[in-house]
Structure formats: C-alpha cells, structure tokens
Design a protein around this ligand. Sequence first.
Ligand code: PLP
Length: 486
Amino acid sequence: MSGLDPADWSALRALGHRMLDDTIDRLASLGGGTDRPVWRPMQPADREALREPLPRLAADPEALYRRYLEQVVPFALGNTHPRFMGWVHGGGTGIGVLAEMLAAGLNANLGGRDHAPIELERTVIRWAAEMVGMPSDSSGLLVTGSSMANMIAVLCARTAAAGPAARSGGVGGRGLVGYAGASAHGCLPRAFDMAGFGTDALRIVPVDRAHRMDVAALAAAVRRDREAGLSPFMVAATAGAVDTGAIDDLDAVAAFCAAEHLWFHVDGAFGALAALSPRFATQLRGIGRADSLAFDFHKWAQVPYDAGCVLVRDPALQASSFAQTLAYLSREDRGAAGNAPWPCDLGPDLSRGFRALKVWMTFGTYGAERMGEMVEACCDVAAHLARRVEQEKALELLAPVTLNVVCFRVSEAGAPGADLDWLNGELVKDLHESGIAVPSTTTIDGKRAIRAAIVNHRTVREDADIMIEGLLMLLRRRLQAGETAR
Ligand SMILES: *Cc1c(COP(=O)(O)O)cnc(C)c1O
C-alpha cells in the first residue's frame, strides 16, 4: 500500500455518518434554557489521558473517535452553549459544520491560482463591503481573525503613509504615530509592535463616560505630535469595544481623518455585524467611510472558527503592501496559474484554507436580514439582562449597554463590607465551576466587573435569568459561609 486512502471505504463512510449524526444531535440539544453544564473543569487524569507520544503505528479511527467523544467533547469550552457569555465567542451553526466538512473534502488552497473557491472568497468580500457600505470594489481577505485583520490594516496604513519603499527600507526614523481610544482592543498595540512601530507609537486617546473615543482629545493629541515633529498617520476607531460594546463616533472620526489626511481604520470585530440591523445601523454611521475595516465572521456572524475579515478601500494600496514577484509563483495569462491578483498578494499568508465556503453558506442559508434579526435578538437579551441587574438590589450595572455587552457586579449593598473586586472575580469562577453559566470579567472605571457578552444566537432571556439566579445563589452561599473577602 502506498497512498493513504482506505482499501475499503465503507467503514470510513459509516464512521463519517455517525460523526455527523452525533454532532447534529449535540447541537440539537443546546436550546435556550437547557440544563446541560456549560463548562466543566478537567481533572489531572483528564489532562493526562490526552498526553501521549507520537503514534508509531496505525490505529483504528473508530477508537480515536471514541476518545474524542470521551476525552475532548466533555471538556470543550462550551461556546456553543446558550449560557456561554464570556469574552466574545460565536456559537456556530449546523450549516457551518457541513460547510467545514465540504471545505475539507475539496482541500482547496486559496493562496492563489485559477479556481472557483477564489471567486467565492471574492464574492464574500464584496458582501462584506456591501454590509457596511464600503465601495463594492474594495479589496479584502478572509483571515484567522480580527487580530490579523487589524495587523493587515496597520500595514496598509503604513504603505499609505510611507509608500511601498517602506517595505524594503523600513519605517525607522520617520516618527510615524497612530491613535486609538482607550477602549481599543489589545490587538492594535500588538499590531504596532509586530509592524515594527513599537507600541509607544500607538497613542491611547481618552474615552468619554460612554467609553467612546474623545474626538477633541484625539485632535489635541495629533496637534501635539505634529508640533513635536512626529508624523501622525492613522486613527483606529472601535465599533463595538470589547469591554462594553461602545461604538466610537465613526462619522466624527472619519471627518477628522479626512481633514487631517490620516488613514481611517475601524476595528469592528463584532460590532460591524450590527450594520445588518436597521435598529442599530445608525450607531455605526460613518463605518462605510473607512479606509480599512477589520471584523470577524466567527463572532457575531456565527461562522465556525476561524474566520476574520479585512476590507481595504483602495485595492491597489493593499496589493502594494504585500505583493511580491517570485519565480516559483509566476502568474500567467491562462492555465491554472492565471487569475491574478491572488489572495497571497493581499496579506502575509501563502497557503490559505477555504474559509469563504462557510461564510458563503452561512449567509446564503440565513440571508442578511435574518442575521440582522439575530443580532437584534442578542441585544434584546442584553437589554433584558441589564434590566434584571438594575432590579436586583444586590447588583449594579457598571457601563451603559450599547449593543450586546453587559458589565455589572455584586454591589456594596449585595455584600456589605466585602472586598468587591475579589468577590466578583471569585463568583465568576464559582459560576464557571457550577456549570450554570460562563461570563468573563474585566475592569470598568477601576472596578472588577462581571461581563456578559451575548454573542450566541442560541441565548434567550431565560438564559440570562438562569445566570443571574445562579450568581445570586452562589453569593448567598458565600455570605452564609462568610467568604466575601480574601
Ligand atoms: C475579538 C476582538 C478582536 C480580536 O479578534 P480575534 O478574532 O480574536 O483575533 C479585536 N477587536 C475587538 C473589538 C474584538 O472584540
């Protein structure tokens, strides 16, 4: 035997059907209000079971699948579960599962060359531009996530400021500086780090009480830097801040960038999806004016991991930021090496998977309108949760609820004399270990907050209620035991 295909396909076929049935059964059991645990901790033996040397000899895939069911699935993070509200995690869909299977079956490499999967990615990029109102000939790329998308945008802004010559000569000594609000995601300083500017070159602009970038403070910072002989080149606005869901005044930032000849970038990792909701789209006014936009399909759009997206208004500029001429990647006027420019000309990856299929199938299945309704339904759950928090004497809201993120905590009234920062952190860990719900934590105005982001399409009001009741039960337990301070 030389190839890796089985001599008899029937066993693989039967196994595949079973895997699909089991997966669909599991998704079907995850409705809102379910009493399945969201997460459970791995015991040392559970970790040990997964540590093993490189297998030297063949094994039965059936046995591997059994191990997957017993040793992996029960200890997944739980973000398919309706009461997973931590960080910003998408819930996935059944059609996404099928699309991943089909993509693996085709095993397409979307780095370049002339094949239909590339056309599908171009279509999805046009859809993304249409969704936010950027020009239909904007270029773009599906990438791992918004971290990479923001990084690509920063490199495009670098080209806009310093020209393609910066790719060979670097940007040292040019004094290029960029700006982002204090609510910006950590991937932006990281992009400045990785791009060689250094994180100090990303100026952190104060935010107002609603956690939106203070545009007057932005203007003052740019003026100061210009007076100091530096070269401001980009502003990264946030549409849907990771801590609170706050949306910067994109129109105002766009106007400022236009007047000051600065690159206008928007990080809309999850918030950009609100463009599909007539109710929330007005809050994103100005997003279509972006020079570049980063957002994720794997968060609020429910496409399975991973699927981020970057859009760049000027296609030539994106290509001039990444394209290379290499003999072994020569582009031809016909044959399989045609169809330039290739996706590898638009970003750092050469080999790339067929992410476009799962995006295409997700939007094709549900349609943009239903996706917008799903976004609104998540925001409705968040609004319900916020009202619930306001009604409970023991709880307080820590930030206004703009979209789908609710930051709150057990208040002084709920635990008199307690170390509230410590207590709220412990209660979140208690909740995780109870299996009832998985929110995460953050710090809002110096206070440790419990943070619930409603990103999963399966989450309903009842899930928010179960989370709050679980939290209050765990609080009572700690009050009774006197365990409210370190
Ligand atoms: C999640 C997030 C990111 C990072 O996106 P990844 O897909 O995790 O790389 C960036 N910005 C914001 C606002 C986010 O919520």
